[in-house]
Write a protein that binds this ligand. Structure first.
Ligand code: ZN
Length: 312
């Protein structure tokens, strides 16, 4: 069959497939790091962080949005986009189109990212949050398109951008179309950067592959949650290829901070506060620029047409 030229489509219904109600509720979870048993109530109260060793469990995209944004401020965009399976991909064990439908049911979302706009402590921003639960947070054409729309929204509205990454990399079942998303998102971010609008990138466990090789590492400020695996290729793959042992924790967020690839490790409990602070700084810088622009007009000097705060 001929491959289609459409990479994504709008799903027939505007609603996402809901997760079955009968899903059993865990009353306790075991920390994979220190083996502590954490009861549901404490687990939730502690924002899914182990109280003993501070291991950060994965958050779903909607949980992350709820944690970071002002209550009721998030407006979701492009919720209906679904993959159109551009390669008509089928392996011996699976037909991709069928897998996507199953995953949509299992994860309760249409693809591996949620985008929209919201406020954090009253500061507006465009937002893209990835969800590892949907095919390992893999980046196919829908993820690339939605993130690009989030970037374009930031450009249009002249607001900062936040992308929260959680990904195993490019989506193999969409082959080259997946890899193209690296260039597409990076090109959109370059436009954002030209306008002097800030991009905050938050890396969560894990952020790997094509996502690390594109938008995740292009942030003006790159934050990471403690203990996260952040790399292009995993340490085991590198060791097999190089025939050399890597230093302890070579792909950890902490290692990347020490080596200048990440700016700051931010524990989940202070994440919202840190982001709010960054957004406040940005607004102050921008308003100072506008003030300067007005003064120049009042004094009859050449009027600045460009509102870019870089000029300040
Ligand atoms: Zn623990």
């Amino acid at each position: 069959m001929e491959p289609t030229t459409e990479l994504f489509k709008v799903s027939g219904t505007s609603r996402e497939v809901r997760q079955p109600r009968s899903a059993p509720k865990n009353i306790a979870v075991k920390c994979p790091e220190c083996k502590e048993i954490i009861f549901e109530r404490e687990y939730k109260k502690n924002l899914k962080v182990c109280p003993k060793c501070h291991y950060h469990f994965r958050l779903r995209a909607r949980e992350r949005i709820e944690l970071l944004t002002d209550p009721g401020s998030f407006v979701e965009l492009a919720r209906d986009l679904v993959s159109s399976d551009p390669l008509r991909f089928a392996s011996e064990s699976q037909v991709y189109a069928e897998k996507v439908v199953q995953e949509r049911q299992k994860a309760g979302m249409n693809d591996a990212v949620i985008i929209g706009h919201a406020t954090i402590e009253g500061e507006p921003l465009a937002l893209g949050v990835m969800d590892f639960q949907f095919i390992g947070g893999s980046m196919g054409s829908v993820v690339g398109e939605k993130l690009t729309r989030a970037i374009e929204l930031a450009i249009e509205q002249h607001i900062p951008l936040l992308i929260v990454s959680a990904s195993g990399g490019a989506r193999m079942q969409e082959g080259l179309y997946s890899l193209m998303q690296m260039a597409k998102t990076s090109a959109a971010l370059a436009k954002l950067s030209e306008l002097g609008l800030p991009y905050f990138s938050l890396l969560t466990n894990p952020t790997t592959g094509g996502v690390t090789a594109s938008f995740s590492m292009l942030g003006d400020v790159i934050l990471a949650e403690p203990g996260g695996l952040i790399c292009f290729a995993g340490p085991r793959v590198i060791e097999q290829f190089m025939h050399e042992k890597l230093p302890e924790g070579a792909a950890s967020a902490e290692f990347l901070v020490e080596h200048g690839m990440v700016d700051l490790i931010t524990p989940r409990a202070t994440l919202r506060q840190t982001l709010a602070q960054l957004l406040h700084f940005h607004r102050k810088a921008t308003s100072q620029c506008i003030v300067r622009e007005r003064i120049l007009t009042i004094h009859g000097e050449q009027v600045l047409n460009n509102r870019s705060f870089i000029a300040a």
